[in-house]
Design a protein around this ligand. Structure first.
Ligand SMILES: [Zn+2]
Ligand SMILES: [Zn+2]
Length: 772
């Protein structure tokens, strides 16, 4: 520094600035980061958490303040993220030192609540080091990793407001917490073997079998012996079993009453994953990410170490890596893949408490590996897949939820209650839409109780009193009934419009959009079941511009679990009564002659045989005709089998393209020529796999054909059918070739897990329905 400059520095006036920051700034090391920055620039002042985010006051010379601000923007590291920063000048107070001050509980609560984060590399290294005081400690965390959402009681994110409040830090941990140079400086989850949570292994009755590391090794022994272990993880219980042991996996299926739905698998490391599945760079990145989701991946042809009944007849496997120190320790002991499925019975929500586990998982687990850190907000494992090189979240839960999306139209507080299957809740508040985690299907009492808790907890966490509610238009959904009881202004949103709006929010689309909303079923309001819809939307209105040709579903709702019924309906729509005599086709042969007679009469007289335009049911029909599934034990099983068959194809067959007709100003996609050609080809022994591929191609062609007629450039693919990666990818490619701009889902699930977001968007800015 020159003599002149040093004179200037001494005499230049000191300035003080106050910065109010919002974004992901709590529980991510933001305060320590600001502290380091301020100290290195020789500034005084303080940083503290507020209910809205963080507040910083800095005092010093002008140039130092400028450098501080520039570095604040450029040096901030994920997951920390500044969304907004407001600054104002304050009179200088002469602060020479910079400190982290106690949190201020002022203002409204809107701080972004961060999802739970997988163990970081530094913590992993520490608890693997025999010389480290956290060697083998299952709750090792730092400012960069560990639980967040699942342990937070209320904002701001401070230890006193989390499940860690009951653990008083020992002097060593406290010293780390107070040391600006430490990675655990203000790490609210900081703990060690002397002062933090501990594990224990319980038997079926809840008696302690072993504690600490002995508990872990005893639990590992159980798994080696083929037993089923219930593990209290990060956001709830998981049921674990040796994934190589066919008998044990079958045992778990029997106990869980889950005959065919694929189980997720946890492997010790990425290297182990690569022996089982093929991964792209993006897929490997997701496996190793801080969110650490279950990633759906292609199973290697020579991967024999996974038992067949883990994902029966499926080309893909849901895989994840250990994401807590406890999982890492267990996998280090085992060194083999394990099934890790949600700790619940059937479609119930995930179990989160030990006492609850003893009753709700009774008869399911042979032992319980538990710990004494309470789970305040249950959250399941997330599920994602990569489509066209980009992530699509299929289940938004641990690591992703709560998902906060900027939405400027959200100027009123609106609570959206989602659908019935894959229930979740969304809140429109302070120019954001926040999607809460996956809850489950609202069929049972446990799920309904969890749903009621989620509604209450969401509003409380963000200190928001909803002025408006939004729900599905279906009059019989539990979520609709729940909304009706809350005595607030209620907006009922069309199911497929909610799907489309969720996709619009997800992709940040503006201007006209053609929503291709395809799923299993949604309330139509015209006596028919919708599910193969084309909706044109703009800033103020929407219109159903087209749909798949409707066909009758004998038995209505029952048909969702019996693809052969959908097949019969589609065949009946194509061939009339002669469909009943086509006994060379699997679905027709699957009925007894008497059943055929009854169904024929139902179809003829339109008794309990609603019309449906559902793409999901068309998938069921084709899967049944190709002999893949006549009945289904879970939603989407037949469609999944069809996608799997297509993935195995060596060639593709050629099927008749769909005919798009214009009926009453709606474009109707007539798939009957395709069905006729498929049956002819099938009778000529064309491989099922090739026909499955061709069916996907025809559907993509149908989307392009309708888009050409509607003439809207932005085409959005949404709804449960677009969980089908092949259908999505082929539609995207064909749309691009035809000059359209296709969009699909990214962070918000395309299935019913995302519709709460669309409902919330509709609630804060309703669209008028234009009838034709
Ligand atoms: Zn860490
Ligand atoms: Zn300690």
């Amino acid at each position: 520094m020159s003599a002149d400059a040093s004179v200037t520095a001494r005499t230049a006036p000191r300035l003080r600035l106050r910065l109010d920051v919002t974004g992901a700034v709590q529980g991510v090391g933001f305060r320590p980061f600001v502290h380091r920055l301020a100290v290195s620039e020789g500034l005084g002042g303080f940083v503290r958490n507020t209910s809205e985010g963080a507040s910083v006051e800095i005092e010093g010379h002008e140039h130092a303040l400028e450098r501080f601000l520039a570095r604040l923007d450029t040096e901030i590291a994920p997951p920390a993220l500044i969304q907004e920063r407001q600054s104002r000048r304050l009179p200088a107070q002469g602060d020479q030192e910079f400190v982290i001050a106690a949190s201020a509980c002022i203002g409204t609560r809107s701080a972004l609540v961060l999802p739970d984060l997988a163990s970081c590399a530094e913590c992993l290294r520490e608890f693997s080091d025999p010389d480290d005081r956290r060697y083998r400690y299952p709750f090792t965390t730092c400012v960069h990793c560990g639980p967040r959402y699942s342990i937070i009681e209320t904002v701001p994110y401070d230890r006193a407001h989390t499940a860690m409040s009951q653990f008083i830090m020992c002097p060593l941990c406290q010293a780390e917490y107070d040391d600006p140079g430490s990675r655990r400086f203000h790490a609210e989850t900081n703990a060690c073997p002397d002062c933090g949570p501990q594990i224990a292994l319980w038997d079926r009755a809840g008696n302690i079998v072993a504690t600490r590391h002995q508990g872990l090794t005893a639990a590992a022994d159980m798994l080696r012996r083929g037993r089923i272990l219930a593990l209290k993880g990060l956001g709830g219980f998981q049921l674990l079993v040796d994934a190589r042991n066919e008998e044990s996996v079958r045992h778990l299926r029997e106990r869980k009453r889950r005959p065919a739905k694929p189980f997720a698998v946890m492997v010790p490391s990425l290297a182990d994953a690569l022996t089982v599945v093929e991964t792209s760079a993006e897929e490997a990145r997701l496996l190793c990410s801080a969110a650490a989701p279950i990633v759906l991946l292609r199973t290697r042809a020579n991967a024999t170490q996974i038992a067949a009944s883990v994902a029966p007849a499926n080309r893909r496997l849901g895989l994840m890596l250990p994401y807590t120190p406890l999982h890492h320790l267990l996998m280090d002991e085992l060194k083999f893949p394990i099934v890790a499925t949600s700790g619940n019975q059937g479609d119930e929500p995930i179990v989160a408490g030990e006492d609850e586990a003893l009753t709700r998982l009774a008869g399911l687990a042979d032992g319980f590996l538990v710990h004494d850190r309470p789970i305040l907000r249950p959250v399941d494992d997330s599920v994602v897949q990569v489509v066209m090189g980009r992530e699509t979240v299929l289940r938004c839960a641990r690591g992703y939820a709560p998902l906060s999306l900027t939405h400027p139209a959200a100027t009123t507080v609106a609570l959206a209650l989602g659908g019935h299957q894959k229930s979740s809740v969304a809140l429109a508040v302070r120019k954001h839409i926040i999607l809460g985690p996956h809850i489950g299907n609202l069929g049972g009492t446990e799920a309904r109780a969890a749903f009621a808790r989620a509604v209450e907890a969401t509003a409380r966490l963000y200190d928001a009193s909803p002025q408006l509610l939004a729900c599905d238009k279906h009059p019989d959904y539990h979520s609709t009934h729940f909304a009706e009881r809350l005595a607030l202004p209620l907006r009922r949103v069309r199911h497929h419009l909610a799907h489309t709006l969720a996709g619009v929010v997800d992709n940040g689309l503006e201007g006209p959009v053609l929503g291709v909303a395809w799923d299993g079923s949604g309330y139509g309001g015209d006596g028919s079941v919708w599910g193969g819809e084309f909706l044109a939307i703009d800033a103020t209105s929407y219109r159903r511009v087209g749909h798949l040709l409707p066909f009758r579903l004998p038995g209505g709702e029952v048909a969702a679990r019996e693809p052969r019924r959908a097949a019969l309906g589609a065949l009946y729509a194509t061939f009339g009564e002669s469909a009943l005599t086509m006994t060379d086709l699997c679905p027709i042969a699957a009925f007894t002659p008497t059943e055929r007679q009854v169904l024929a009469s139902m179809l003829k007289r339109h008794v309990n045989s609603p019309l449906t335009s559902s793409a999901g049911r068309l998938f069921d029909a084709i899967a049944a005709i190709l002999g893949l599934r006549q009945s289904a034990s879970f939603e989407g099983e037949a469609a999944m089998a069809l996608e799997s068959a297509a993935d195995r194809a060596a060639n593709t067959a050629v099927l008749a393209p769909p005919i798009v007709s214009d009926e009453a100003e709606k474009f109707v996609v007539d798939w009957r020529p395709m069905l006729e050609s498929l049956i002819i080809a099938s009778r000529l022994d064309t491989p099922t796999e090739d026909l499955a591929t061709a069916f996907h191609e025809v559907l993509a062609e149908a989307i392009v054909a309708v888009a050409m007629r509607v003439k809207i450039e932005q085409v959005l693919l949404t709804g449960g059918c677009f969980q089908n990666a092949r259908l999505t990818a082929r539609s995207v490619l064909q749309l691009r070739e035809a000059g359209f701009s296709p969009y699909w889902h990214h962070r918000i699930p395309p299935n019913d897990g995302g519709i709460a977001v669309g409902q919330a968007a509709f609630a804060v800015r309703p669209l008028i329905e234009e009838k034709c």
